[in-house]
Design a protein around this ligand. Sequence first.
Ligand code: EPZ
Length: 420
Amino acid sequence: MDKIIIEGPNILSGQINISGAKNSALPILASTILANGTCQLKQVPKVQDISTMIAMLAHMGVNAKLENNIVTTNENNQKGTTAPYEIVRKMRGSVCALGPLLTRYGEAHISLPGGCVIGTRPIDLHLKGLKALGASIQIEHGYVHASCKKLKGCRIFLGGNFGSSVLATDNIMMAATLAEGTTIISGAACEPEVVDLANFLIKMGAKITGAGSHNITIEGVSKLTGATHTIIPDRIEAGTFLIAGAMCGQNLTINNMIPEHLDALFDAFDRLGIKYKRHQSKVELSYSGDYTSACDITTLPYPGFATDLQAQIMTLLAVQPITSVITEKIFPDRFMHAAELDRMGAKINIDGGTAIITGQSNLSGAEVMASDLRASAALILAGLVAKGTTTINRVYHLDRGYENMVGKLASLGAKITRKS
Ligand code: EPZ
């Protein structure tokens, strides 16, 4: 198992380019199941989740090849309709094959995702939407068996107890593209990755309006063709590097990003007194000394503060001389990183879905363990500013969603290496 070793503290200077968004590329790759013809996807990040999805698609009629961040797909004669436990267990994003398989081939057999360290990962909203479209759904031996000759459009409310659902919105939107008649999804997720998927589907010939709002309308069509598309930059990677810059940047520039996708993070920076310069597709910032105004954060569906940046902002708050509160409304158990940060000297108290961070000036390097993708990023940020050596184990979590994170940080001057 690889580990990452960081000698702290560090200063990050210079500039890096943000990669394509993993959480946009995954559903877009799944949607190529719907294409009659070849697709070309640009700016696809070279990360483990993408390789996992490509491996799965090969059994589902799609040959996909990733080269120099470009995926080219061709149809193959495999017409598998099963996403096995082995794959879904590792990557919940694979549930977004459900909608495309069902609407294209009339059936889909997807392993239930089960839980992960950030909490249970139910798919009741996905199933509610597909049932509303006319699918019959059986759950047996840990699998969802969905079937339907021809889905029929209808109005579906997809809001859940924790707000909207990104992948449920994706699944129902994709299923509705080939359904009969009109589907209206109310309570839809508004994330930029949902909009990116809608834009790709429209290029394939789908008739979709309202993506990005809580109401998406899809007119069913008879078939979809191949298309070419460039994946949007990864707002979570950009946010991670912005937080790193706010902690230890000196004239750090983050290129190839969309600042509008991070308004909630910039709002938190404003409340903390963090200075930054926002341009059309890049942001410049430097660490400007301890931030003294406290800042409470609540994670919410987009455009609220992204739950995928919660662990990273916790690290920043842990090293400021302020006491802050983070309320995690999306995945209330998503605090595994707190205990590891405490081992580095942070003072974080967890009470249900709330974390109280008593900030103080420094952390000390330690051996820590990554528990999930974003927790790994948070531990790297901590290691960058901690005094001494930080060793992060189980970095395979990081490889799932960050392209060349170590290389990018090293290019900014960080004393960071990866050892097998
Ligand atoms: C997507 O997961 C992202 N993954 C997650 O990123 C992200 O944290 C999450 O959206 C929220 O923004 C991908 O896009 C591949 P949800 P998704 O359905 O779609 C509950 C990362 O680190 N819910 O929007 O699975 C759910 O339990 C990953 O890149 C139901 O109750 O998340 C959660 O509390 C982690 N029933 C809330 O909704 C359902 O049927 C939002 O989850 C589905 C979800």
